[in-house]
Design a protein around this ligand. Structure first.
Ligand code: AMP
Length: 214
């Protein structure tokens, strides 16, 4: 499959994407994960991106497009991909359209995950993430806690609250989402490839997405 996952921070894009990869071998491409690894490794991209990310602002479109142009041409994209957290702005969506045309790739459709704001806020403030860049397993202190001493159940690394998950950064990310990313639903609706899914429980959402894929 080739799909884009749209939805606010905390809408469950990462969880839904991981579940979908088990369906047909398509890979999850999360620009957020790629950027966090770059920050951790201290690459030039990471150094440039860190300030924006910590404040909950978007990283400039040119950096993201350079990264994605390379990523989408790697061999593992052959089986299909689930774009998680990209595109995030209208210029990114326009650039992606051109890039996919150049690479002769079509999207199946664009999934818009619709989640009530109170659910999103609760999820974001209780979310914790494995600090190992190769793992990045997501936990929730209420519904899916790490081990009692705060370690990842998969890889044993410390589970942390991300810098962009402070209350201030969370509110900024939600505002940025409304302003810059929410208009993408209209963009893809006009292209006739948008599908909306009310999404509270990820497993249920994945079933609905699979049914839509046929
Ligand atoms: P995420 O894990 O998808 O919420 O991304 C974490 C942070 O990485 C965001 O708050 C942005 O600062 C940055 N980021 C991720 N994807 C993008 C994108 N497509 N465009 C701009 N910034 C991005």
């Amino acid at each position: 499959m080739r799909i884009i996952l749209l939805g606010a921070p905390g809408a469950g894009k990462g969880t839904v994407a991981k579940l979908l990869t088990e369906y047909d071998g398509s890979i999850q491409i999360s620009t957020g994960d790629i950027l966090r690894s770059a920050v951790k490794e201290g690459t030039a991209l990471g150094k440039e991106a860190k300030g924006y990310m910590d404040r909950g602002d978007l990283v400039p479109d040119e950096l993201i497009m350079k990264l994605m142009e390379e990523r989408l041409q790697q061999d593992d994209c052959g089986k299909g991909f689930i774009l998680d957290g990209f595109p995030r702005t209208i210029p990114q969506a326009e650039a992606l359209k051109q890039l996919l045309a150049k690479l002769k790739m079509n999207l199946d459709f664009v999934v818009n995950l619709e989640v009530p704001r109170d659910v999103i806020l609760d999820r974001l403030t209780t979310r914790r993430t494995c600090s190992n860049p190769d793992c990045q397993e997501i936990y929730n202190i209420k519904s899916n806690p790490p081990t009692p001493d705060g370690k990842c159940k998969k890889c044993g690394s410390p589970v942390i609250q991300r810098d962009d998950e402070t209350e201030e950064a969370i509110l900024n990310r939600l505002e940025t989402y409304q302003e810059k990313t929410a208009p993408l639903a209209g963009f893809y609706e006009r292209d006739g490839i948008l599908k909306n899914f009310e999404s509270i429980e990820s497993q249920e959402t994945v079933k609905k997405i699979k049914a839509a894929l046929g």
